[in-house]
Write a protein that binds this ligand. Structure first.
Ligand code: PGA
Length: 231
């Protein structure tokens, strides 16, 4: 199985001109902000979105500010990130919302990158607390999701304390959590949180880690290509 490498540009808009991704042995997805989706078509990677709405109304709908799965598909989007901790924290996205988005996206034929991960406060109490937290998120986020969709889902384990901090989890720690997640759901598991070209290889070499979700280090094309090359 090819490793899955996902670039999450967040609310940044790196210049698309000049980017040419050489995916080589990996499956690569870039997730720009909505207005820039078309700039990132045909750059050697598949297109992903950073969010999707839970109603998929083909003909449109009265949901100011939202973007539907059908709209994303019309731009060539194949993947969507759902439940990123920044959305859970800043926009109050609950597991109920995340679950609705999962079902809608999957039914529409999009592949899903579901983000889960514990806070620093939870982690401080010990690994068992972190596992319990992740288990609860998974249980709620996967509620009612049909088994036939499992191969369309990757769970990104992103401990919140590791996101954008420069303090990544250890490869062994991420591997242990990946194995824990796989015992609960039969899906691919990615690691995310301060992945860069120096540490990517160590995460990607772990048996249970099927890829990475990369934020900050994906904004620079050379750095992101090095991460891809470390597969
Ligand atoms: P980071 O972000 O790589 O900048 O830590 C990862 C993410 O939030 O997906």
């Amino acid at each position: 199985m090819k490793k899955l490498l996902v670039a999450n540009f967040k609310m940044n808009s790196p210049e698309a001109r000049g980017w040419k991704i050489n995916a080589k042995k990996a499956e690569v997805v870039v997730c720009p902000a909505f207005p820039f989706l078309s700039d990132w078509d045909k750059k050697g990677a598949q297109l992903g979105a950073q969010d999707v709405f839970w109603e998929n109304v083909r003909s449109g709908g009265a949901y100011t500010g939202e973007v539907s799965a059908e709209m994303l598909k019309s731009f060539g989007v194949k993947y969507v990130i759902i439940g990123h901790s920044e959305r859970r924290a800043n926009l109050g996205e609950t597991d109920e919302v995340v679950n609705k988005k999962m079902k809608t996206a999957l039914a529409a034929g999009l592949k899903v990158i579901l983000c889960v991960g514990e806070s620093k406060e939870v982690r401080k109490k010990g690994i068992k607390f972190a596992e319990n937290f992740v288990r609860q998120e998974l249980r709620a986020d996967f509620a009612g999701v049909k088994n036939k969709f499992l191969d369309k889902i990757a769970v990104a384990y992103e401990p919140i304390w590791a996101i954008g901090t420069g303090v990544a989890d250890t490869p062994a720690g991420a591997e242990a959590m990946a194995e824990f997640i796989k015992r609960l759901v039969k899906v691919k598991v990615l690691y995310g949180g301060s992945v860069n070209s120096k540490n990517a290889g160590k995460f990607l070499n772990q048996k249970g880690i099927d890829g990475a979700l990369v934020g900050g280090a994906s904004l620079n094309s050379n750095e992101f290509q090095k991460i891809i090359d470390s597969v």
